[in-house]
Ligand binder design. Structure first.
Ligand code: ACO
Length: 426
């Protein structure tokens, strides 16, 4: 066994009880299984690595009092938020935060970037309309064997991503999938609008999902959308519906616009409904749940949905929005990492991740946690190896760009062996 294999996390079986899977959730045969597949070989999608990264700069409610007409007391009592991290340096972007979070997740799993088959980056503040932020992250990680795409489902995006990753793994199309939620919402927030600027923060969280024979992992998911509420939470301009113009820039069309009360009402309803539905699909009752990690938008939404409607006690619901505000797609993976750090998650636990967001969208996943939560011992040598991999990725990327630049200096005839490209005249 190679050193790499020997250091992969050991998965703990919780017993294939039959209760955990309904017919629709039955894992499919392993497409890449070595040797003859006799009938059926169960396959599961486990979270084996996790990590997060937030910018250093913190803006407190008191800082905001200096910027807009607001009060710490109002923000804390209406939302629960006390401070948020903001990407103050231009060098901090959605992709750089995502790369840091993804590296941390790979380090926990002790898996090199070259083993990743797919990178899904859920984001509401992508680097560009295209290329995808996921492709930039793929390049930054040196994940040379990975496909990459962005997932747009606003704050529900990370849970949508887990569901997509599970599908790829159960279908046998991927062994390792990185699911990242990354945001620099501070760049699309109107810092003169007190109704929105107090709510959001920047950051990134990531998980590495792996194919496994051990029962558990992401066992069920529920995804929903109601596009009739598309106008309730939107960045109106900059897309094909309202292309960028002097008018869109001067009227603030590129900033987040929100009907907070309508979103609040929608969120409290769907958070409870989606949690109920996903538990039903996983064959679990509310009492079976050990921990709910809800989207961290507003503590009152969490209280009025999972706590009050489902009667889940507060100690089984993880909340950290007081430190980060609403980091959209990053909120659930950041909360997952902090719940692990706080000792709130142990092998054998039943977890629910549930989110809502613009679209309108909502999503929930049921997870049977099956891996040890202790971080692997890291050695000086291992860290040096990792740094070498990251530096090699940066060098590879620079080299490829340089080659393209040199290549583009040559006339088209010499590039294509004298053949003209389709559509080229003369
Ligand atoms: N400071 C002080 N006063 C404020 C502030 C502020 N930052 N913001 C609004 N107010 C005032 C309003 O002007 C209003 O004053 P008025 O009564 O004189 O008109 C008063 O406070 C009450 O305003 P409401 O909007 O009714 O306050 P509410 O209790 O509904 O809280 C909030 C507003 C926090 C935005 C709430 O509606 C909410 O959390 N909604 C959900 C938002 C959300 O989660 N969005 C993210 C979705 S995820 C995604 O996809 C990005």
């Amino acid at each position: 066994m190679s050193e790499q294999q020997s250091q992969q996390p050991e998965l703990h079986s919780n017993g294939a009880s039959g209760k955990e899977y309904r017919n629709g959730d039955t894992p499919r045969p392993r497409a890449r299984a070595a040797g003859p597949v006799k009938g059926f070989s169960p396959r599961f999608a486990q979270i084996v690595g996790w990590g997060y990264h937030v910018p250093e700069k913190i803006i407190t409610n008191f800082d905001l009092e200096q910027i807009v007409d607001t009060q710490d007391e109002w923000i804390r009592s209406r939302t629960g938020i006390e401070e948020r991290h903001v990407a103050a340096s231009p060098a901090e972007t959605t992709a750089t935060l995502g790369i840091q979070a993804a590296r941390a997740a790979l380090e926990v799993a002790d898996i090199p970037p070259s083993k990743v088959d797919l990178i899904i980056c859920a984001t509401s503040s992508p680097e560009h309309i295209f290329p995808s932020t996921a492709s930039i992250i793929q390049d930054g990680l040196g994940a040379v064997n990975a496909g990459a795409f962005d997932l747009s489902a606003a704050c529900s995006g990370f849970v949508y991503g887990l569901s997509m990753a599970r599908g790829h793994i159960l279908a046998g199309d991927a062994e390792y999938v990185l699911v990242i939620g990354a945001e620099t919402l501070s760049r699309i927030v109107d810092w003169t609008d007190r109704a929105t600027c107090v709510l959001f923060g920047d950051g990134a969280g990531a998980v590495l999902m792996a194919a496994s024979d051990v029962p558990g992992g992401v066992t069920a998911s529920v995804l929903g959308s109601d596009g009739s509420g598309a106008d309730l939470l939107t960045v109106p301009a900059g897309g094909s519906a309202m292309p960028t113009s002097l008018e869109t820039v001067s009227s603030g069309g590129h900033y987040i616009k929100m009907d907070g009360t309508a979103v609040f009402r929608f969120a409290t309803r769907v958070m409870a409904e989606a949690t109920r539905q996903v538990l039903d699909r996983a064959g679990l009752s509310v009492d079976d749940v050990d921990l709910v990690i809800p989207h961290q938008a507003n503590v009152r939404i969490i209280q009025n949905s999972v706590l009050k409607q489902l009667k889940i006690p507060g100690e089984k619901v993880f909340v950290n929005l007081q430190k980060y505000g609403n980091t959209s797609t990053a909120s659930i993976p950041i909360a997952l990492c902090e719940a692990i750090e706080a000792g709130k998650i142990q092998p054998g636990n039943n977890l629910v991740f549930v989110g809502f967001g613009a679209g309108l969208t909502w999503a929930a996943c049921a997870i049977k946690w099956s891996v040890p939560v202790s971080r692997p011992e890291t050695t000086w040598w291992r860290n040096t190896q990792r740094q070498a991999v990251y530096q090699a990725a940066a060098a590879r990327s620079m080299w490829k760009r340089a080659i393209r630049r040199v290549y583009s200096q040559f006339p088209a005839e010499s590039r294509w062996g004298g053949r003209k490209e389709e559509g080229e005249v003369g």
